[in-house]
Write a protein that binds this ligand. Structure first.
Ligand SMILES: *Cc1c(COP(=O)(O)O)cnc(C)c1O
Length: 446
């Protein structure tokens, strides 16, 4: 499979090129040359497949010719080694819990698959360093995903004193290990300073000839493709539920007869774009909801046909504080730029902090289910949809990850999940780095 660009101004690229380069030479985003539709019998067989099996089947067309079947199998089993359960939290409303990975957020899923694909495509020469500047969450997911993955190293830069202690514990977890391939460096300054250094390094042609560098940000095709997997896995679980009901005597119709609506809490819209691609590949999802916090440029577009990016607004669902979503061009590409076509598949909804807090409290009190602020936006978006459909929202983060927001709302402490407890139990090992290009070059070995 080759990869084309959303603006079509650059030649098609191989998987390896698209992955290791990230942004296309024309400045737009890579997308697959085509999205193959699954034959109906493959869809019908979904309920009998494990998560790793589904991962293999979903990725196969995009890796064909570059990665052989046994390697694909080991990528899928190695990366998808934690559950992604579908939990019915009230009648007909299901949470797809994507937060059981090592850093307790959905980004773990795709980052782990991407790390293993890059390693498999590596030529075996000098290792490639993934350089990331992070304001907190992405760096943790990327560091954990690439930890101990052959041929790959990770250097993370974060603004000292400006991320939460929990995030710092997750980021720096491997700093103390001898020979670790993941190092996080704190630098005096803001996230923008860290980002600025990363950009300067990627603009240094002489350095790039000496050191193999790559990035792993959310626009990389390697993050996009694996996100399709869990939409298929969710439908597989719905189909299993319906079979059980049917054999138990109640008569819920099968997956093809019953509408299903999926809601994805969104910031850069990579997660939702993957869902729309899964639908295009034949997955029986009736429609989607794009749910946002106050950063609602996409819901406004869906209502009015006008896309007007603006500076982001800070909210309590801060991983979704994005004013100019980078994947919007991929959404347009999927629908040939046609607003009417996109809005047949996709509705928008946006929710402010007060609504999110009230919802976390109400769902906790009435259902005993605890939502994090991002997942609460997903829940709100799908709750407004027709009740005769199976309604699914993507639960993108574990509430313990946002304890400082969630605990005061429900008035009690949240138990620390084991993955987080492990990071917090390690002695802190902070590495600081001077805020200069030469210091960063030193760290990179250039
Ligand atoms: C990154 C993130 C999102 C937004 O995902 P996009 O793919 O950028 O739309 C939502 N929730 C959480 C918890 C996240 O970390």
């Amino acid at each position: 499979m080759r990869f084309v660009t959303t603006s079509g101004q650059a030649p098609p690229a191989s998987l390896t090129w698209a992955l290791f380069d990230g942004l296309a030479p024309d400045g737009s985003l890579y997308v697959p040359e085509r999205i193959e539709e699954w034959p109906p019998e493959d869809i019908a067989a979904l309920p009998s497949l494990s998560l790793a099996d589904i991962g293999r089947r979903v990725l196969r067309p995009y890796l064909a010719g570059d990665i052989d079947e046994p390697t694909l199998a080991s990528i899928a089993t190695g990366a998808l080694n934690f559950p992604i359960p579908l939990v019915e939290i009230e009648p007909g409303v299901h949470a797809l819990e994507l937060f059981h990975g090592p850093t307790l957020a959905f980004k773990d899923v795709a980052a782990r698959v991407m790390a293993r694909i890059m390693s498999a495509l590596h030529d075996g020469g000098d290792p490639t360093t993934i350089l990331v500047a992070t304001s907190g969450d992405t760096g943790g997911a990327v560091g954990h995903a690439f930890h101990d993955v052959p041929h790959m190293r990770v250097v993370i830069l974060y603004p000292q004193g400006r991320i939460s202690p929990t995030q710092e514990a997750q980021l720096t977890m491997f700093n103390g290990d001898e020979g670790s391939n993941v190092r996080a460096h704190a630098l005096a300054g803001s996230f923008d300073d860290a980002q600025g250094l990363v950009k300067a390094v990627f603009a240094d042609a002489a350095l790039l000839r000496r050191v193999r560098l790559s990035s792993a940000n959310s626009i990389n095709i390697g993050r996009l493709l694996p996100q399709m997997i869990y939409y298929f896995h969710a439908v597989a679980q719905l189909m299993r539920l319906w079979r059980q009901d049917a054999s138990g005597g109640t008569s819920r119709p099968d997956a093809f007869a019953r509408p299903s609506i999926f809601c994805t809490p969104s910031g850069n819209f990579g997660n939702l774009t993957a869902g729309l691609m899964a639908k295009r590949a034949g997955l029986p999802i009736s429609s989607f909801v794009a749910a946002t916090n106050a950063n609602d440029v996409v819901p406004i577009y869906l209502r009015t046909g006008r896309f007007e990016p603006r500076p982001s607004i800070q909210t309590i669902a801060n991983a979704m504080d994005v004013g100019n979503p980078s994947n919007f061009d991929r959404m347009l590409w999927l629908y040939g730029g046609r607003h009417a076509a996109m809005s047949r598949d996709l509705a928008g909804s946006s929710h402010d902090d007060a609504e999110v807090r009230a919802t976390i409290r109400r769902v906790w009190e009435t259902r005993g289910y605890l939502l994090d602020p991002h997942s609460a936006i997903g829940y709100l978006g799908v709750r407004q949809q027709r009740a005769d459909a199976a309604r699914v929202f993507l639960a993108t983060a574990h509430p313990a990850k946002f304890g400082e927001i969630v605990e005061p709302i429900i008035g009690r402490a949240i138990p620390t999940p084991p993955a987080l407890a492990e990071a917090l139990a390690r002695p802190p090992h902070v590495l600081t780095m001077e805020r200069s290009l030469s210091a960063l070059k030193g760290v990179l070995g250039g």
